[in-house]
Design a protein around this ligand. Structure first.
Ligand code: TRP
Length: 357
């Protein structure tokens, strides 16, 4: 029996204002995975509508995330780039997983609590069920590895719980149909249909903070445009936002310890490190003792050099929506070709009639 093929899946929500935090925390880490794995990068538009989205803006935002993937160096010919709503298997498997996941599991999700806020009664049912759709995204391709930020770890654990409960609940049926694959659970060798997907957490700047307040995450909804570098800013704007970034009055320390209690300084150093593919310690070795009057221009130059070509290419692509739509349609066809037989297996396992017609 063959082992389940290694495959990477990840997704980004098209909710607009894609910024440096999204790039450094996600997309930049996806790029090198292309050499090691077969990858699927999704624009998760079904997830976006768990909160209200203006229809005209939603379409633009789907193209924006697609352009960001491609401008950052994701190859849509070698790998797969598509938007979730074009592949019906995501919704279909999400329903099946809604019947596997338990209310108690979803009730524990911290992201739901944060996003629903005080008035949970007014949150959409979709926002509550969000993690089972995310599990469906991943498992519709039986993906084995998912690059995500810290904030998505809990959702990935839930994905494993769903996979494991499905494998257990249907173990004899899976075996009878010859659909089991060998896998290790703890120290045990078992047979299952769905892999227990591993997170790939990484990247030096998994958390990019606001340029105006080092205690807040860089966010698409911050009222100040100066708080974030958005992925469509041109070189002048990138440089200006870094020049205007909030700092304190002291010189940079030469050791990591010296960044404690200085969130703005720490954030700029961490952005520098991420853009330069270095660690913070080595950046401080170089700039320890320097004033922000020296460090900021160096950071601005680096940002313009590394991000500038990406935002330029994004603007070019976004001016050619037909080109983007063709990439998404082709990606969706290839995604469907993988997900269709998996959904047919799952329906057969559950006991539905006509799954394999
Ligand atoms: N929930 C993820 C986020 O907000 C986006 C997402 C949806 C995702 N489906 C996914 C990420 C599947 C990884 C794999 O960042």
């Amino acid at each position: 029996m063959t082992k389940i093929q290694e495959r990477v899946f990840s997704g980004i929500q098209p909710t607009g204002n894609l910024h440096l935090g999204n790039y450094l925390g996600a997309i930049k880490n996806f790029v090198p995975l292309q050499d090691q794995y077969d990858c699927i990068f999704c624009v998760v538009d079904l997830h976006a509508i768990t909160n209200w989205q203006d229809p005209v803006e939603l379409a633009d935002n789907i193209r924006e995330v697609t352009a960001a993937y491609i401008a950052s160096g994701i190859d849509p010919k070698k790998h797969i780039v598509f938007n979730q709503s074009q592949v019906v298997q995501h919704s279909e498997l999400a329903w099946l997983f809604n019947c596997v996941a338990r209310m108690g599991w979803l009730n524990r999700m911290t992201q739901f609590k944060e996003k629903a806020g005080k008035d949970r009664e007014k949150a959409s049912v979709g926002l509550f069920a969000y993690p089972s759709l995310m599990a469906a995204d991943i498992l519709a391709y039986r993906a084995t590895h998912v690059p995500v930020g810290e904030d998505q770890k809990q959702h990935l654990e839930l994905t494993r719980d769903i996979a494991q409960k499905f494998n257990n609940d249907f173990s004899s049926r899976i075996e009878a149909l010859g659909l089991g694959e060998p896998m290790t659970v703890g120290d045990e060798q078992v047979q299952g249909y769905f892999p227990l997907t591993e997170p790939l957490i990484g990247g030096p700047a998994a958390r990019v903070m606001s340029l105006r307040d080092g205690s807040k995450k860089m966010s698409k909804s911050d009222p100040s445009d100066l708080s974030r570098i958005v992925m469509t800013d041109d070189s002048d704007l990138i440089a200006k936002k870094i020049r205007k970034a909030k700092t304190d009055a002291d010189a940079l320390p030469s050791e990591l310890d010296g960044l404690q209690g200085r969130p703005e300084a720490e954030n700029l150093v961490s952005i520098f490190a991420a853009l330069a593919d270095r660690d913070k310690a080595s950046v401080l070795q170089e700039f320890g003792g320097a004033q922000f009057g020296t460090f900021k221009p160096a950071l601005a130059e680096l940002a313009v050099e590394t991000i500038g070509p990406i935002t330029g290419e994004m603007r070019r692509l976004q001016a050619e929506p037909a080109e983007i739509d063709a990439i998404l349609a082709d990606g969706a066809d290839r995604a469907r070709a993988i997900a269709e037989p998996i959904l047919a297996d799952v329906k057969e396992i559950i006991g539905f009639i006509g799954a394999r017609r």
